[in-house]
Design a protein around this ligand. Structure first.
Ligand code: A3P
Length: 298
């Protein structure tokens, strides 16, 4: 993926963070979903903004040239998005009042999601097969490099008070173990009730409440219901300002689908036993020494 080295250098050496909000993730971890929720929170559930302005203009992409200049020239607190690893941020990130929301996901699902996504773009060489992409992913030869380094780097901030850690995956089981710094984000369960039903609805609601608390926002019950409705998988899939259908045609094919499955565990439909074992082996090596039990898939 071709980055503008000059922009990356500016981010690293001169882009001073202020009282900003940064939504961060390794690609394909559910960042678009999170940005949509944050935008809806800012507007208290009013959909005008999310339905009229492309998501990359609502929350500009820091490492994208036009996003970078938009952010540099913007006064006041900014909302921005980035997939960059921690070491490429300016040192002011660690001393400013910037609020960081980092979302993570089972890397096996990220791998599958990335394979289907990048293959429909010219942002990287086409791997041709899942097996080839799998090898590239484990070596970090994919856009934004190694997942293992990304997560290790950002999770080093997990105890900071201006850092909110969210997980895409359903990990109900882990909640009692790490209630302080891990928040569930459930995917929509396919009900067409506009926001997931039953437990999912309740847990997504809880997550949105945590995000509100972190951002210092308060919502009325009907505002919360609107946010649940308009950030659901189905609603986002239909929102062309968020579903990437208006992405530049010179970088993606017409059938690019950002909202593809929206599920946890889809990797099981694509990995062979051999791939699953190979993944586990590399995972054990790369994550050695990392706190056990932090991730729901362990
Ligand atoms: P899949 O490809 O597995 O479907 P990112 O925004 O970081 O690129 O992540 C994209 C992934 O998030 C895709 O996963 C997409 O379907 C999922 N996603 C986006 N919006 C979602 C939503 N509202 N609910 C559930 N999943 C969502």
């Amino acid at each position: 993926m071709g980055f503008n080295k000059e922009i990356i250098g500016k981010i690293r050496h001169s882009f001073v963070m202020r009282e900003d909000t940064v939504v961060l993730s390794y690609p394909k971890s559910g960042m678009t979903w999170l940005v949509e929720i944050v935008c809806l929170i800012q507007k208290k559930g009013d959909t005008k903004w999310i339905q009229s302005v492309p998501i990359w203009d609502r929350s500009p992409w820091l490492e994208n040239e036009s996003g970078y200049f938009e952010l540099v020239n913007k006064e006041g607190p900014r909302l921005m998005t980035s997939h960059l690893p921690i070491h490429l941020f300016h040192k002011s990130l660690f001393s400013s009042k910037t609020k960081i929301i980092y979302i993570f996901r089972n890397p096996r699902d990220i791998l599958v999601s990335g394979y289907f996504f990048w293959s429909k773009t010219n942002l990287m060489k086409n791997p041709g097969s899942l097996e080839t992409y799998f090898e590239w992913f484990l070596k970090g030869n994919v856009p934004y490099g190694s997942w293992f380094e990304h997560i290790r780097g950002w999770l080093s901030m997990r105890e900071e008070k201006n850092f909110l850690l969210l997980c895409y995956d359903d990990f109900k089981k882990l909640l009692p173990i790490h209630p302080l710094f891990v928040v569930h984000v459930y995917h929509d369960d396919g009900d067409d009730d506009g926001g997931g039903g039953g437990d999912h609805d309740d847990d997504t609601r809880g997550t949105i409440e945590k995000i509100c608390e972190f951002l210092g926002k308060k919502l009325e019950p009907d505002e919360m219901n609107l946010i649940l409705k308009y950030s659901s998988f189905q609603a986002m899939k239909e929102n062309k300002m968020s579903n990437f259908s208006i992405v530049r045609k010179d970088i993606a094919t017409n059938d690019l689908q950002l909202l593809r499955e929206g599920a946890t565990g889809d990797w099981k439909n694509h990995f062979t036993v051999a791939l699953a074992e190979a993944f586990d082996k590399v995972y054990q090596e790369k994550m050695a020494g990392f706190p056990i039990g932090l991730f729901p898939w362990e």
